[in-house]
Design a protein around this ligand. Structure first.
Ligand code: ZN
Length: 68
């Protein structure tokens, strides 16, 4: 399913908390982000990615129900 690839999620830096907005597609390809603030690398866990996708999924369900 490529439906969520354009969705963005904020990935917080593990060290300083600086938020790095990334699209799902980017995170699937390259889950290792380098903070532009402190240079620390943050690995996005598959679990976190999945949780974010579930959230989007539920939001879309809500939306669909509302317009039915
Ligand atoms: Zn940082």
């Amino acid at each position: 399913m490529g439906t969520f690839d354009d969705q963005k999620m904020d990935v917080p830096c593990q060290k300083c908390g600086h938020k790095m907005p990334q699209t799902i597609a980017t995170l699937k390809r390259n889950p290792l982000l380098t903070c532009s603030h402190c240079g620390k690398q943050t690995q996005v866990k598959a679990d976190d990615l999945k949780r974010e996708l579930d959230k989007v999924d539920r939001a879309l369900d809500d939306l669909k129900r509302r317009f039915r």
